[in-house]
Design a protein around this ligand. Structure first.
Ligand SMILES: Cc1cc2nc3c(=O)[nH]c(=O)nc-3n(C[C@H](O)[C@H](O)[C@H](O)COP(=O)(O)OP(=O)(O)OC[C@H]3O[C@@H](n4cnc5c(N)ncnc54)[C@H](O)[C@@H]3O)c2cc1C
Length: 452
């Protein structure tokens, strides 16, 4: 690339163009998972939709591999490429709230925390994930589950409209009335069809929740998981709860039920009573708290800079045998930062949407099983990766063979069978949509749906 072309691009951007050695280059290419250490030739730090359009045209003209960075939390590292052009959306982080319509408009590079802060100030909440530094871009396009999922649905199901820069550099709107096919694909199809520069979401009136953790000793794990399974099945939709084998900060192996009740606090006691009275917990932090506090409760457990290797899949039934295996492998955990997590999503509005109504197909998913490997020392990579692989493969017979796009592991992402399992019944329709919106596979640093 000659210098004049680069200067032209830099001159067109409201943001900036970063090259190796430039002041913001290293910070911009550093993403959440420290295992990913890639070096793009160029980083376009975009501030506006026009910046994104210019970057797309430039990459096309120069035949560059493109990666798109939202919040940089994709564990497989799709946000950053080697040698190509990274289109960094992190400066596109404005949020506006329409209180009359109860809707929230967020820039394509917003974190969940930015959306929470702005919407909470108006007594509103957009259903999204559980760690505030996660980007809404990747999360919403792949689905988006969190503490409000059973009551108000997935993030993608609360999407009203999106502004999208397509692979040929056009700016289009996708909604229920415009480019409906693209709107269908954006709700679960990941970043395959374009760069979303702005999302508009439906928000809901949630300001306070009863949330926190009930922590049991690890020895009680089998009983805790059995209780969790039976308790969540009959719980009202206002309650979403996950159950994890983890290690407490003081090094104690434990099993925690993490719960969030978003209904009227006056009705919470009868719902939460069995949870609070079960077994002999070592801690109970459940309390009435601002929702925004719930949204940051787990940030410290998932900091930038740790090394991460995850695998996950959906599970239909949490049988006693599956629970025994979860506990067996949790007891062999190799890092105190790792965890085995079961998340129950079922029953709410997202479960009632047809599996072909949006690109997200797994509407009858009951549980997600996540094997989360996290550690700090690169010298320990092999040991911790091996733990994740062996726990996941032992539990695989209990999986329903389908995978949540947002939690797909790096190995799963490059395996055609696993990618099909990610998009399920909608895979072929997504290929047709990809042929229409991105026939050359310009956007391929993602859970890639190949057009050919
Ligand atoms: C600590 C942690 C907690 C998590 N918690 C949850 C959770 O509670 N619920 C849940 O559902 N998921 C959760 N996830 C998974 C998360 O949804 C995915 O990792 C998601 O990809 C993150 O989005 P991002 O924008 O931060 O990621 P990035 O790495 O920036 O992007 C991920 C993918 O999306 C594409 N992309 C990002 N933004 C855009 C955009 N605006 N337009 C087009 N393409 C875009 C990227 O190109 C890339 O392919 C969590 C992940 C982590 C690491």
């Amino acid at each position: 690339m000659d210098q004049r072309n680069l200067s032209d691009l830099a001159g067109q951007l409201d943001g900036s163009l970063q090259r190796p050695g430039d002041p913001e280059y290293d910070a911009a290419r550093t993403i959440w998972n420290a295992m990913i250490d890639r070096h793009p030739a160029l980083i376009a730090r975009c501030r506006s939709t026009n910046d994104v359009v210019c970057a797309v045209h430039f990459a096309r003209e120069h035949n560059l591999l493109v990666s798109v960075r939202g919040g940089g939390h994709n564990v497989a590292g799709n946000a950053v490429c080697d040698d190509g052009l990274m289109i960094d959306l992190t400066l596109m982080n404005e949020v506006s709230v329409d209180t009359m319509a109860s809707s929230v408009t967020a820039g394509g590079g917003c974190t969940l925390g930015a959306i929470d802060t702005a919407s909470h100030a108006h007594g509103l909440a957009v259903p999204a994930g559980i760690v505030s530094e996660t980007g809404v871009g990747g999360l919403a396009l792949g689905g988006g589950v969190g503490w409000l999922v059973r009551k108000y649905g997935m993030t993608c199901d609360n999407l009203i409209a999106a502004e999208v820069v397509t692979a040929d550099g056009r700016v289009v709107t996708a909604s229920a009335t415009e480019n409906q096919d693209l709107f269908w694909g954006l709700r679960g199809g990941g970043g395959n069809f374009g760069i979303v520069t702005s999302f508009q979401f439906q928000a809901h009136p949630v300001t306070e929740v009863i949330g926190g953790m009930i922590i049991h000793p690890r020895e009680a794990a089998r009983d805790v998981y059995r209780f969790y399974r039976d308790f969540t099945k009959q719980a009202p939709l206002e309650l979403t709860a996950y159950c994890a084998c983890l290690t407490t900060p003081d090094g104690t192996p434990a099993t925690a039920i993490i719960a969030c009740y978003c209904g009227d606090p006056a009705n919470a006691e009868s719902t939460l009573k069995p949870l609070r009275e079960f077994g002999s917990p070592i801690a109970d932090t459940l309390a009435l708290i601002p929702r925004i506090e719930m949204q940051t409760m787990f940030d410290a457990g998932f900091p930038y800079g740790n090394r991460n290797y995850w695998k996950s899949s959906f599970v239909d039934e949490l049988t006693d045998d599956a629970i025994d295996l979860v506990v067996e492998h949790a007891n062999r955990i190799t890092s105190p930062l790792s965890a085995l997590m079961i998340e129950y999503y079922y029953g709410g509005p997202s479960s009632k949407i047809g599996e072909t109504d949006t690109a997200f197909a797994h509407r009858d998913a009951q549980y997600d099983l996540g094997v989360i490997g996290q550690w700090q020392d690169p010298a320990e990579d092999a040991e911790h990766i091996e733990w994740v692989r062996s726990a996941y493969s032992a539990l695989e017979p209990y999986s329903n063979g389908r995978i949540y796009a947002n939690l797909i592991g790096v190995d799963q992402m490059t395996d055609e069978t696993q990618l099909r399992a990610t998009f399920g019944i909608n895979y072929d329709r997504l290929v047709t949509l990809k042929q229409k919106y991105d026939p050359t596979n310009f956007f391929r640093m993602n859970q890639n749906i190949k057009p050919f």
